[in-house]
Design a protein around this ligand. Structure first.
Ligand code: DAH
Length: 336
């Protein structure tokens, strides 16, 4: 019978070892510790032993019973502790779950970089409202009352006088009204135009405006500044040219082109076989504009420029559909 006691002890410990759930532990209780379990059976068996052997066996069985109960209680306790953390013990050695880290939107990266370049040349950054009046968006910028840009087809009007700005140029006016020369500002911001959305045009996009007004500012300052910018932003070896154009708020006005950095001027898909890419509009601030903000046009001259950020970013990164910037497809955004 001594062997049987030893066997039950080993079987109980082995069974407890395998326990992983409440059902398992209940089975162990029934099998070993219940009234009809293995230990109770041993007590029954003891009754048929000769009287001389009973006390020693009784002692042995009582020890087995006590040990079994405490091993059982311990297992039960660790099982309910594990339950608190969701069914299994916490493994503190597991690595944490990484959270994806976002990046700046390519348009914001482009704006930041352009800001950095102009700030290094002594410009500061100014902003203005996206909801503008007809006066700031057009009138003060020398647009004739019947200028086609005022047309309902291009401009989102809120009322006859209030509209969504169609360019960042009104911030020039607001800046000059607040400040006497010298004025040296760049003005990034969102603008709106009532156009059909396509790969090449959007109803809302970003521009950066620039303005420098002081005594003796000349067209060569305009060229020097913009060429320095283009070399830093597009590369030291770009060629450039200025071509006359018209803006109501500048005279003379010029579009700036750089040699296509993809084909080095030979002609490709990017530059539509022209070898040249238009990067911005610019010009000497029209005296009417300076007069509108109360500047002395005998004393002060200035230059201004403006460029679209989606177009600028696209030239830089080779993106051929402007809508991509606004679709928030992470497969696109993750590339920047
Ligand atoms: N406002 C013009 C546009 O939206 C861009 C521009 C051209 C701004 C020439 C300027 C400038 O300041 O001098 O197309």
């Amino acid at each position: 019978m001594n062997d049987k006691v030893g066997d039950v002890r080993i079987a109980l410990l082995a069974a407890l070892e395998k326990v992983t759930s409440e059902t398992d532990i209940e089975q162990v209780r029934v099998q070993f510790l219940s009234r009809s379990g293995a230990i109770a059976n041993l007590f029954d068996e003891m009754r048929s032993l000769p009287s001389a052997e009973k006390p020693a066996m009784g002692k042995m069985l009582n020890e087995l019973k006590a040990d079994a109960q405490s091993a059982f209680d311990e297992k039960k306790k660790s099982l309910s502790a594990a339950k608190i953390v969701g069914g299994g013990p916490i493994d503190l050695t597991l690595p944490g779950r990484p959270k994806p880290v976002g990046t700046k939107h390519p348009l914001m990266q482009t704006i930041d970089e352009i800001k950095r370049i102009f700030v290094s040349m002594g410009f500061s950054v100014a902003t203005g409202p996206e909801i503008e009046t007809d006066y700031y968006n057009f009138g003060a910028l020398n647009f004739a009352p019947d200028h086609p840009a005022r047309d309902m087809q291009d401009t989102f009007f809120i009322s006859k006088e209030i509209l969504l700005r169609t360019h960042t140029s009104p911030v020039q006016i607001r800046t000059m009204e607040k400040q006497k020369p010298p004025v040296r500002e760049i003005m990034p911001g969102r603008v709106y135009r009532n156009e059909a959305i396509s790969a090449r045009s959007l109803v809302s996009f970003y521009q950066i405006e620039g303005l420098y007004v002081d005594q003796g500012v000349s067209f060569s300052d305009l060229k020097g500044t913009l060429v320095a910018f283009a070399r830093q932003f597009y590369g030291n070896d770009v060629k450039y040219k200025f071509r006359p154009t018209f803006f109501p708020f500048t005279e003379p006005s010029a579009d700036m082109y750089i040699s296509c950095f993809l084909c080095k001027g030979k002609g490709c898909r990017m530059c539509k076989r022209a070898g040249w890419l238009e990067i911005l509009g610019s010009g000497m601030v029209h005296p009417h504009v300076l007069k509108n903000v109360g500047y002395d046009t005998e004393k002060y001259t200035g230059f201004a420029f403006g460029m679209g950020m989606e177009r600028t970013a696209s030239l830089r990164y080779g993106v051929d559909d402007l809508r991509l910037y606004y679709e928030n497809d992470v497969r696109f955004l993750r590339q920047f």
